[in-house]
Design a protein around this ligand. Structure first.
Ligand SMILES: [Zn+2]
Ligand SMILES: [Zn+2]
Length: 113
């Protein structure tokens, strides 16, 4: 059975992480747990993988407390309100990355300052 990444639509590939079977998106790094019996426990924090420069937001609850901004447009649904996070990359030469999360559909995209 083929699963598609909910973030970018790539085909997810099965991996084993910490003894758990998960599906990993090779393109954006999104990780989906494959627990079939019980509901997957969603982590509430945002992981940031420096090497891959990817991040995963697993739960909409993790958006609570994030600043919101208007005047951006979700590329997916066109909504004009989004939460945002600013990630400072490891190298000081690189500008910080601003991550937007659509307040309506949860789509995540990034923009460089
Ligand atoms: Zn993806
Ligand atoms: Zn949206």
């Amino acid at each position: 059975m083929v699963e598609f990444c909910p973030k970018c639509g790539s085909v997810m590939v099965p991996r084993v992480i910490n003894g758990k079977k998960v599906l990993v998106c090779p393109r954006c790094g999104y990780i989906k747990e494959t627990n079939s019996g019980k509901k997957a426990v969603l982590s509430r924090k945002i992981r940031h993988d420096e090497r891959e420069k990817t991040f995963v937001i697993d739960s909409k609850d993790s958006l609570k407390g994030l600043p919101k901004t208007k005047g951006v447009r979700c590329p997916k649904c066109g909504y004009d309100e989004a939460y945002y996070i600013i990630l400072q990359t490891r190298s000081a030469d690189e500008p910080p990355t601003r991550i937007y999360i659509c307040a309506r559909c949860g789509y995540t995209w990034r923009e460089y300052e």
